[in-house]
Design a protein around this ligand. Structure first.
Ligand code: AMP
Length: 188
């Protein structure tokens, strides 16, 4: 059983790379962003609680996010391995994940961080705005999400670095090349 965390700012290509990794390794994909979107779309009690927060581009409180993740893990006792995408985003989330894995006699084996600088992301966002004709509030939300990453989520990296579990992969370039570099980390 291999468990992997795919880490990186919004717009770094986590979704694209996750799809390719699932196909190749058969991971159960857990994307907390997708789960929250499912809840808001289906107007569940959880969806109602997080809708406003998500719309603002802010992070959902740890307590809610961790409880949802635990539920998802419990639904997949037969999983050969998990790919966590968009989780953890805070140190308490990373600690909770380690505990859940340990309780199941497992661990997070690899953390792959897609490295894209803040400047590069801002250029991507500006380009997208031009080509996709996005509404201003969309742009504002995207900027808020990037800010959340560089002020809060980035602090998760030293947590994994201290434990020698962090692998950084350059996130700019051809999709296939980036994918190949992630596979090298897993297959080594
Ligand atoms: P994503 O698609 O992963 O960028 O997530 C979309 C939104 O869902 C984020 O902007 C947050 O509001 C919320 N979200 C997703 N994952 C988390 C997480 N691990 N912790 C807190 N909020 C999250």
């Amino acid at each position: 059983m291999i468990n992997l965390v795919l880490f990186g700012p919004p717009g770094a290509g986590k979704g694209t790379q996750s799809e390719k990794l699932i196909k190749k390794y058969g991971f159960v994909h857990i994307s907390t962003g997708d789960l929250f979107r499912w809840h808001t779309k289906n107007d569940t009690a959880l969806g109602k609680r997080v809708k406003e927060i998500m719309n603002s581009g802010a992070l959902v409180p740890d307590e809610i996010t961790i409880a949802m993740l635990k539920e998802e893990l419990d639904k997949n006792p037969q999983a050969k391995g998990f790919l966590f995408d968009g989780f953890p985003r805070t140190v308490p989330q990373a600690e909770a994940l380690d505990k859940f894995m340990k309780d199941n006699g497992s661990a997070i084996h690899f953390v792959v961080a897609l490295d894209v600088t803040e400047e590069e992301l801002r250029v991507r966002i500006a380009k997208r705005k031009q080509t996709e004709n996005r509404a201003d509030d969309e742009e504002e939300k995207l900027n808020k999400r990037v800010n959340e990453y560089f002020t809060k989520t980035i602090h998760v990296l030293p947590y994994y670095e201290k434990q020698k579990r962090l692998n950084t992969v350059h996130g700019i370039g051809e999709i296939e090349e980036i994918f190949g570099n992630i596979c090298k980390v897993i297959d080594k």
